[in-house]
Design a protein around this ligand. Structure first.
Ligand code: NAD
Length: 294
């Protein structure tokens, strides 16, 4: 049994912390929200009075916070409280630069996740991890209570880099898949026929065969429930912003990533922010992207 401090008990953090408590670990949690603290207490998580209070005496300290500014502030606040032997893990999705700066000189891993709230509940998340191999080896058994696939991607920041590259690719492939269906509709080609051909041809991709943006071909996809997320457009927009920030800082040419950011920005502004990101097909179908820089 390990002692674990957990800071940030929101949509993702709470079910993750609950899975650690369920596995028999002693989890002390902290969140700024009183409602989150009450829900955590019901899930077997001890109440800490502050982030440093959660970190004190812990073998592992985990954060699951909205953005880089929160992550910076929380770790600065906990600096004097963490034990010298503790392994520190930030699971938030943040920019690569902040991840590297916060981890500098510390036994710290950046470990963003994919799998959403359903994966967090079920303990089936994918963890993309950056940091020292020894810290990864120490933390892996703990991460395995919350995830099914735990991948060491490289040095500090590599977990965030993997997450941003993957989600940029996902956004581009979802827009491409949606455009193919919109064109098929205009050409009188049925969804079923396009799916049948493309899923077995060179157009095959996850956005088509697992997360199809039109109802029918993949019964579990959000298109079958009016684009209820799933993975909300607002979260995709955040990740695309981070990927463009990283591309600019690194001098990488990502014109389709930039176009995807522009299109998702428009979709969110038109009311799609809380819809699943595959709902962008609705905007493409309306043809309101003429004159777009994309
Ligand atoms: P959320 O807003 O539901 O939860 C964040 C929690 O952090 C809130 O409860 C907030 O009160 C708390 N918080 C903020 N500052 C704090 C501080 N200084 N001390 C203590 N608590 C503080 O967000 P979420 O959906 O749980 O997402 C968390 C992270 O996971 C984000 O970086 C997000 O991008 C990433 N992520 C989310 C999903 C998803 O489907 N929701 C999927 C993958 C990754």
């Amino acid at each position: 049994m390990a002692r674990i401090g957990f800071v940030g008990l929101g949509h993702m953090g709470l079910p993750m912390a609950r899975n650690l408590a369920r596995a028999g670990h002693e989890v002390r949690g902290y969140d700024l929200s009183a409602a989150a603290m009450d829900a955590a207490a019901e899930g077997g998580i001890q109440r800490a009075q502050s982030a440093p209070d959660a970190a004190r005496g812990a073998d592992f300290v985990i954060t699951m916070l909205p953005a880089g500014t929160h992550v910076r502030a929380a770790w600065a606040e906990m600096a004097g409280a963490v034990e010298p032997h503790a392994v520190l893990v930030d699971c938030s999705t943040i920019d690569v630069e902040t991840a590297r700066e916060v981890a500098a000189g510390l036994p710290m891993l950046d470990a963003p996740v994919s799998g959403g709230t359903m994966g967090a509940e079920a303990g089936t998340l994918t963890f993309m991890v950056g940091g020292e191999a020894a810290d990864f080896a120490t933390a892996k058994p703990i991460l395995e209570h919350m995830g099914r696939s735990i991948v060491h991607c490289g040095a500090a920041g590599a977990g965030q880099a993997a997450k941003l590259c993957n989600n940029m690719l996902l956004a581009i492939s979802m827009i491409g898949t949606s455009e193919a269906f919109v064109l098929a509709e205009k050409l009188g080609l049925s969804h079923a026929a396009l799916f049948e051909v493309a899923s077995k041809s060179s157009g095959q991709c996850w956005s088509l065969t697992t997360y199809c943006p039109v109802p029918g071909p993949v019964p579990g996809s959000p298109a079958n429930r009016d684009y209820k997320p799933g993975f909300a457009t607002a979260l995709m927009l955040k990740d695309l912003g981070l990927s463009q920030q990283a591309a600019q800082a690194a001098g990488a040419a990502t014109p389709l990533g930039a176009a995807a950011l522009d299109l998702y920005d428009r979709f969110a502004a038109e009311g799609g922010a809380s819809l699943d990101f595959s709902g962008i097909i609705q905007m493409l179908r309306r043809g309101q992207v003429k004159g777009s820089g994309a």
